[in-house]
Write a protein that binds this ligand. Structure first.
Ligand code: HEC
Length: 124
């Protein structure tokens, strides 16, 4: 009985953490799957891809040290969490003609983890 109660408690406690994503796990995923092309954090600059500081709610194609594709520049997309999640899952479905060659991540938990990590670089 006691064990069940503890388990239930553990599940309740961990549920919100899951919904909001795990920034630490997201950081590892970012380094592995996005970091080859994107930089983020202090001193981040455009490289193979644009830098991603403050990306949540940033309009697409607006960093000043990166040459975007016309598709990205003219997409009219604003990177809300939902748009970002969809883009990480399937870039070309959100910005058809984007130059970002990425196979996409379908695991929603991993996407939320990456978003939680990106969120740690939002201006306060
Ligand atoms: C193979 C290199 C590569 C990988 C890997 C990659 N990207 Fe990109 N990304 C790009 C390029 C290139 C662009 C610019 C696309 C364009 O101009 O059409 C871009 C654009 C973006 C943008 C739009 C930025 C803006 O300023 O509008 C976001 C957001 C983004 N990537 C997020 C990610 C995330 C998150 C990951 C990892 C899950 C990732 N990318 C993996 C190359 C990459």
């Amino acid at each position: 009985m006691k064990r069940v109660a503890l388990l239930t408690l553990a599940m309740i406690l961990s549920a919100p953490a899951f919904a909001a994503g795990d920034a630490e796990a997201g950081g590892k995923l970012f380094t592995k799957t996005c970091g080859g092309c994107h930089s983020i954090g202090e001193g981040a600059r455009g490289g193979f891809g644009p830098q991603l500081n403050g990306i949540i709610d940033r309009p697409a194609g607006t960093t000043t040290d990166y040459q975007y594709s016309d598709a990205m520049k003219n997409s009219g997309v604003v990177w809300t969490r939902d748009k970002l999640a969809a883009y990480i899952e399937a870039p070309k479905k959100v910005v058809s003609g984007t130059r970002m060659i990425f196979w996409g991540i379908s695991d929603q938990e991993k996407i939320q983890d990456i978003l939680a990590y990106l969120e740690t670089f939002q201006p306060k």
